[in-house]
Design a protein around this ligand. Structure first.
Ligand SMILES: NC(=O)c1ccc[n+]([C@@H]2O[C@H](COP(=O)([O-])OP(=O)(O)OC[C@H]3O[C@@H](n4cnc5c(N)ncnc54)[C@H](O)[C@@H]3O)[C@@H](O)[C@H]2O)c1
Ligand SMILES: N[C@H](CO)Cc1c[nH]c[nH+]1
Ligand SMILES: [Zn+2]
Length: 431
């Protein structure tokens, strides 16, 4: 059974802190294994990537077999039911439209001293897109990774996706084609992240690696950061539902299970002010689990990492939500906007009883690659900004340099950096 907490219990704070500290991610063993894999890929390149891929995903490929060919993609697409392809295209269109609105503009202005200042945005040259493929493979995650990169203007999109037991979801390849991915490799885990970061004989390195994955992927991304950029740590999925007693318990139960079914270490939490409603949700979860094909995973996740938090009234919810900083937050209340105003930390907020988190996973438009494990306190969901960077622009004239230069010279001297001072003074003196 999931943890049950009541804000009126004397042990609440202690129990809540335990909930915050629940470890669902990379432990020391995972990190040590990942460090070894990365070092091996750096040393041996393709040979190591192929070895790990064959071992973990039960394949028997060689270096050439890592790449998914154009013909394979054509063949996969030709087999897909047209209406499914249409759904994928609908999702792609909506995701693209949303991300196009995120594109920031360049700025240029002249300040009161006559100095021209500004900034401009440029895309990274090559992006590595990690698409999970272990427990399930997600065509939607291909779109969520690739479309913002394309909108940002990234020239080379390299996708990696593991294919355990050589099973590749054709829709994953269709999504890659629709989104404009340039290269696809059937590799995953830490070895794929290392290959993207350091390059191998077959795979050219990229500048930034994005996308969700399991504990091995998350640990590898942390380790290669610096060699390449990374987006965030998007680990096992999470959902936090804040619901009053006027909801249909069976809807809320389905929402909690929607993320629990991703992974036995996913986390679903309900905050409510109605104890009877909480019991009804638990009953509805049991009923849903009888029919869901992934009941084993969802049931384990709810049992081991689920939680129900009972508050006296929903005004107490925002402070708890902020401490949990969930990946997904559903506000199933009468005035979700008012409640959302009081909350600062959540990857994505789903407002109202008719906005299930699952709509955001597929077709709403915003990105479903979101910060987990409380990292929504300091990071955001994947978007166009992850694929571009800003260069500052500074342009002085003789007059404006003479105006602001003396302060620079004084500061340079105070830091003992005479050449700095000289490079400003030498120009000012010529005026
Ligand atoms: N936060 C998000 O935005 C988001 C989005 C989609 C999915 N997810 C999460 O991504 C995760 C996907 O995980 P997954 O496992 O299905 O796929 P995955 O592709 O992340 O991991 C599979 C790979 O893990 C590696 N691996 C497995 N066991 C290993 C071992 N013992 N030693 C070394 N490497 C090993 C293998 O290389 C394998 O190919 C889930 O937790 C899901 O909830 C998160
Ligand atoms: N909910 C996941 C992000 O945590 C993304 C996803 C993909 N497919 C379905 N859901
Ligand atoms: Zn999901």
């Amino acid at each position: 059974m999931p943890i049950k907490l009541s804000i009126t219990d004397s042990t609440f704070e202690e129990e809540f802190v335990k909930l915050l500290g629940m470890k669902r991610e990379a432990d020391a063993d995972v990190d040590a294994a990942v460090a070894e894999i990365i070092a091996d890929v750096r040393a041996r390149g393709d040979e190591a990537v192929v070895e790990y891929t064959n071992r973990f995903d039960r394949l028997s490929i060689d270096a050439q077999g890592m790449a998914v060919t154009r013909e394979e993609v054509d063949l996969a697409i030709s087999d897909i039911e047209p209406s499914l392809l249409e759904s994928l295209k609908t999702a792609a269109t909506r995701i693209r439209a949303y991300h196009e609105k995120q594109m920031p503009t360049d700025e240029r202005y002249t300040d009161e001293s006559g100095v021209e200042l500004g900034w401009r945005w440029r895309a990274v040259s090559a992006a590595g897109l990690y698409v999970p493929g272990g427990l399930a493979s997600y065509p939607s995650s291909v779109l969520m990774n690739a479309i913002p990169a394309k909108v940002a203007g990234v020239e080379r999109l390299v996708m990696v996706v593991p294919t355990p037991d050589n099973k590749m979801n054709p829709l994953v390849l269709a999504a890659a084609r629709i989104a404009g991915v340039d290269e696809i490799y059937r590799i995953g885990g830490a070895q794929a992240v290392a290959a993207l970061a350091y390059g191998t004989q077959t795979i050219r390195p990229v500048d930034k690696i994005v996308g969700p994955g399991n504990a091995f992927v998350a640990a590898a991304k942390r380790r290669v950061f610096g060699q390449v950029g990374i987006d965030m740590i998007a680990g096992p999925s999470e959902i936090l539902v804040v619901a009053d007693g006027s909801n249909d318990p069976s809807w809320v139960a389905a929402d909690l299970l929607s993320q629990a079914e991703h992974d036995p270490v996913a986390q679903s939490i309900l905050i409510t002010d109605d104890a009877n409603f909480a019991d009804a949700v638990q009953k509805a979860i049991d009923v849903h689990l009888e029919t869901l094909p992934r009941a084993e995973i969802a049931g384990a996740s709810w049992r081991d990492f689920g939680a129900v938090v009972l508050v006296e009234n929903l005004d107490q919810a925002p402070a708890l939500v902020d401490r949990l900083a969930p990946e997904h937050l559903e506000l199933a209340v009468d005035d979700p906007d008012a409640l959302a105003e009081k909350i600062h930390h959540a990857g994505a907020i789903f407002l109202g009883r008719y906005t299930p988190e699952a709509i955001g996973d597929y077709v709403a438009g915003p990105n479903h690659v979101l910060p987990t494990a409380r990292s929504a306190r300091f990071s955001s969901g994947l978007g166009v900004l992850d694929f571009i960077k800003r260069s500052s622009l500074i342009k002085c004239t003789p007059e404006s340099l003479a105006k602001i230069g003396p302060a620079a010279i004084a500061l340079a001297h105070s830091e003992g950096l005479q050449a700095h001072g000289l490079s400003v003074a030498i120009r000012s003196n010529r005026m």
